[in-house]
Every structure is written in C-alpha cells, then in structure tokens.
Design a protein around this ligand. Structure first.
Ligand code: RTP
Ligand code: MG
Length: 139
C-alpha cells in the first residue's frame, strides 16, 4: 500500500523569486496537509549527503552549489498516495516538459533550477523528512 507522507523543498530559485506563498497555497489547495515546515539553508555537506545518489552525475557540483546558495523551505506533507500525487503536482524535472498548471511549469526556469523537490519513494520520503526535521517538529 502506498504511504501517506512525502517530503518537499521549495528550492533557492523559487524562494529568491518570491514564490513561497503561492507554492504552499497550491500544495494545500491540492489536498496536502503540512505536518512539518521551516525556512532553512543547507550547508555543502548537507547537500552532498542529501543528493549522494547523484554524486557521479555530471551536474552534481552545480546541484550542490545551487541548493546551498540561499534558503529553502523544507516540508513534510500528508495525503493518501502522497509521493506519486505530489510528483504529479510538481511536474517533470525539466520544466519545458512539465504539464500545464504544474508547479515546475509555473515557477521553474530550467532543469537544474526547477523550483521544487519531491521525494521519489515512500522510503526516501521517510529518510529525507528525518534528515531535515526532529521528531518534535513533526505534527
Ligand atoms: P528532485 O529530486 O529535486 O525532486 O528532482 P527529480 O526527482 O525530478 O530529478 P532527479 O533526477 O532526482 O534530479 C535531482 C535534481 O538535480 C538537478 N538536475 N540537474 N542539469 C541537469 O541535467 C540536471 N538534472 C537534474 C535538478 O535540480 C533535479 O531536480
Ligand atoms: Mg529526485
């Protein structure tokens, strides 16, 4: 059975461009309940650990540089079928390929700077949520 939680980050580009409010509004209007939320900034070590799965990819250095250049909004979201439904809501990694109305279509400028993160499995949602939040910050 699919889990009911996912983890997201509003990435530095979308924070810089003033889209925090609009993105959180679209997320909650789409039926997700916010169970943890904060503005924070990842260190280089944090980003290298968070994205360790991509460390051999050619874009890894750029990705770490981007994700650490300013604050992000981290959140844990709850909804039935959360991981899959949230990835549908954000759209394809490359905003040019993202469906109309998706968060990446509306707010992302490029495949690298693509406005939001969404966990890709129930297991990673759990790991990523625990990476950013202590138990007493989850409601
Ligand atoms: P995310 O993990 O952020 O939700 O994105 P995703 O699953 O759609 O994409 P993934 O393959 O996991 O890639 C993670 C992030 O790396 C950056 N990226 N840059 N320059 C490039 O070709 C490239 N490809 C990926 C993006 O920020 C992507 O979201
Ligand atoms: Mg991913």
């Amino acid at each position: 059975m699919a889990g009911n939680k996912t983890f997201t980050m509003i990435k530095p580009d979308a924070v810089e461009n003033g889209h925090i409010g609009a993105i959180l509004e679209q997320i909650t209007a789409s039926g997700f309940r916010i169970v943890a939320l904060k503005l924070t900034q990842m260190t280089k070590n944090d980003a290298e650990e968070f994205y360790a799965i991509h460390k051999e990819r050619p874009f890894f250095g750029e990705l770490v540089e981007f994700m650490t250049r300013g604050p992000i909004v981290a959140a844990i979201l709850e909804k039935d079928n959360a991981v899959e439904d949230f990835r549908t809501l954000i759209g394809a990694t490359n905003p040019e390929e993202a469906a109309d109305g998706t968060i990446r279509k509306k707010y992302a400028k490029s495949i690298g700077e693509n406005a939001v993160h969404g966990s890709d499995s129930d297991e990673n949602a759990q790991i990523e949520g625990a990476f950013h939040f202590a138990g007493r910050e989850m409601f």
